[in-house]
Design a protein around this ligand. Structure first.
Ligand SMILES: C[S@@+](CC[C@H](N)C(=O)[O-])C[C@H]1O[C@@H](n2cnc3c(N)ncnc32)[C@H](O)[C@@H]1O
Length: 290
């Protein structure tokens, strides 16, 4: 037992689960365990083993639980976001990477199979989740990343430097003009939320930076449209573009790409929940279109 709480680890986690559930946290038990794991510096398996005995609750646990009950994102409290094989440093000022984006990364990785030294760019890299994963998982890839926000850029720099990613601070609308027509793949999870669709979850509404959320315009399509235009500028003919978006935007994005006449193989992709959350296309070869 600790002097601070007098509670066993198991009792403290049980109590924390109730507190977090009452605060509306969507996964109260898991979050209660992850906060304890964070303080104890053990894995989840070891934590659960410790909970079978009379290990005391760690000092500071109640404070972290209270913070989470105020709906501060778990990743801001622990300072870490898990994404594919990476542990990314995150905190205020940067978008927390989401599980559905892991599938978008997989589409790029699958597409790059067989290319010895593919050149890839991630537009709006945030924490660097997409760019970092591709650099980590595709041997020989030359990976670039673009981020506009000063704060997100600082987090990305911390995460991407060890992975050898070329990060620039810039606007996805006109970034990397010296690299026009040279990338094998352009990937983006741009801001895309429509102006009026303010997210309900406090973790998102109060803690994800607004510049990471709202795509511009009533339909949120300004930045997704700009990302597609930049992809057409940056790719080699036959290069691959994939972009995450809201479910409601799937039809609009496919139509926009088809209408431009620049793309072939326009394909909508479902996420793990069966929702149309990404669209890919291949840049047409202008010589083949003549
Ligand atoms: C939805 S977040 C995605 C972050 C990251 N790619 C991910 O999937 O976790 C969009 C990112 O685009 C950045 N961003 C917004 N407008 C931008 C612009 N005009 N040029 C470059 N990046 C921009 C935001 O700061 C934010 O980091």
């Amino acid at each position: 037992m600790t002097e601070g709480t007098g509670l066993s680890l198991a009792d403290a986690v049980r109590g924390a689960t109730a507190v977090l559930a009452a605060a509306g946290v969507p996964s109260p038990r898991v979050d209660a365990e992850l906060l304890a794991e964070h303080l104890l510096g053990v894995g989840l398996g070891r934590l659960r083993a410790l909970m079978l005995g009379d290990t005391p609750a760690p000092d500071g646990y109640q404070e972290l639980v209270a913070e989470r009950a105020r709906r501060v994102p778990l990743q801001h409290i622990t300072g870490v976001a898990h994404f594919r094989y990476l542990e990314l440093a995150v905190g205020p000022g940067v978008f927390i990477p989401r599980p559905e984006t892991e599938s978008v990364v997989q589409l790029v990785i699958d597409r790059l199979q067989g290319l010895a030294h593919p050149k890839v760019v991630d537009l709006g890299t945030g924490s660097g989740a997409i760019a970092g994963s591709i650099a980590h998982e595709v041997p020989g890839a030359e990976v670039h990343a673009v981020e506009y926000s000063e704060f997100a850029h600082a987090w990305a720099a911390k995460n991407l430097a060890p992975l050898g990613v070329h990060l620039i601070r810039g606007d996805l609308r006109d970034a990397l003009p010296g690299h026009n027509g040279t990338f094998d793949a352009v990937v983006s999870n741009p801001p895309y939320i429509p102006a009026e669709a303010v997210p309900i979850e406090p973790e998102v509404a109060l803690h994800d930076p607004p510049e990471a959320l709202y795509g511009g315009g009533a339909d949120g399509m300004e930045l997704p449209t700009a990302a597609a235009a930049s992809a057409a500028r940056l790719l080699v003919p036959g290069g691959y573009f994939v972009m995450e978006h809201a479910e409601v935007q799937a039809g609009w994005i496919a139509a926009m790409l088809e209408r431009s006449g620049l793309w072939t193989a326009v394909t909508t992709h479902r996420d793990l929940n069966g929702k149309d959350r990404a669209t890919s296309a291949v840049l047409a070869d202008p010589t083949a279109l003549r």
